[in-house]
Design a protein around this ligand. Structure first.
Ligand code: PBG
Length: 323
């Protein structure tokens, strides 16, 4: 018999007691801060649908990485907005493109910062799809070569971790092979293994100028209704050589995060995506929620579900709150 012998409220009486028995903790080290990088210099452009998020030119991205480091956030992931786009996403492997320039800049100003780079073609193609088109279909195997070249260019610039988000089959193996061939065997791969075709990516596509010009991404990203399929994707990516895997989005997919945690031993990341961020900011600005409290509760829920790492636009502010 439980009550009155057991009174759960005994351990909730003070903040000290609560913190003594707290099961989950958040640290700035858990966060990976996404940075949007544009060509040019001395540019800082606010993203309207993501208050508090700016697009930076490579020089200012390096300064931002230094600020993040001071707050304890040691990882960033870069997304590039190139000066020009074409059908094959050719500028994705440009060593002088914004991402490669930012990698070099960050590494020279903040060598402890772990620089991750998103590998995908949607920011680089004029049609906005994540691969090479064959009619209206994204051709899987044609796309692999272009992704591998993008990854090698980023590794040459000094990226520590390559993060493919395109959802082509076999891309982890293709990228691993290309990296090893160029003697980048120590560059790690964080695979967006279970990435869903989600409505929560809207603000990101505004920031990255990557909305598809026709159709949608449902023929390559996962159906939101599936969880067993996520475990197959994760197992396949680990088998192909992924060092870490990711579930994306996060908030509506915490059951997938938990299932992923139970099925694999590699470090697990989750992506607290742009739409999740925008909703919190909008409600906070309207005075409808306590923004700081809700943000920390959301981030805690992701760790509690099993994420080791959280990609989040809240990284900087949350790190400051946790200090
Ligand atoms: C694709 C990519 C996307 C995001 C990260 N990488 C967009 C998409 O698949 O359409 C979305 C991230 C977010 O919404 O924060 N390169």
């Amino acid at each position: 018999m439980s009550y009155p012998r057991h009174r759960y409220r005994r351990l909730r009486r003070s903040e000290s007691l609560r913190s003594l028995v707290r099961e989950t903790s958040l640290s700035p080290r858990d966060f990976i801060a996404p940075l949007f990088v544009v060509p040019g210099e001395n540019l800082r452009q606010p993203v309207p649908s993501m208050p508090g998020v700016d697009r930076f030119s490579p020089d200012l991205a390096a300064k931002e990485a230094v600020e993040l480091k001071k707050l304890g956030v040691l990882s960033v992931i870069l997304f590039g907005i190139p000066a020009t786009k074409d059908a094959r996403g050719s500028t994705s492997a440009d060593p002088d493109g914004p991402v490669c320039r930012a990698v070099r800049g960050i590494k020279s100003e903040s060598k402890e910062t772990i620089v991750m780079t998103d590998v995908c073609l949607c920011e680089y193609t004029d049609h906005g799809h994540c691969g090479i088109l064959d009619g209206e279909n994204v051709h899987n195997d044609e796309t692999l070569k272009v992704l591998a070249a993008e990854a090698v260019a980023q590794a040459k610039a000094g990226a520590d971790v390559i993060a493919p988000s395109d959802m082509m089959d076999g891309r982890v193996a293709a990228i691993r092979e290309a990296l090893d061939k160029e003697r980048f065997e120590d560059v790690a791969i964080l695979s967006y293994a279970a990435k869903y075709a989600s409505g929560f990516y809207g603000p990101f596509r505004e920031a990255a100028e990557s909305t598809p010009s026709f159709g949608d991404r449902r023929s390559y990203q996962m159906d939101p209704a599936n969880v067993r399929e996520a475990l197959k994707e994760i197992a396949a990516d680990v088998e192909e050589g992924a060092d870490m895997v990711m579930v994306k989005p996060a908030l509506s997919y915490l059951d997938v995060v938990r299932a992923a945690k139970e099925s694999t031993n590699v470090p697990l990341a989750t992506y607290n995506v742009s739409g999740e961020y925008a909703m919190v900011k909008a409600a906070g600005r309207n005075g409808w929620i306590d923004e700081k409290r809700v943000t920390l509760e959301i981030l805690t829920s992701m760790k509690r579900a099993g994420a080791d790492l959280i990609l989040t636009y809240h990284a900087k502010e949350a790190a400051a709150w946790l200090a």
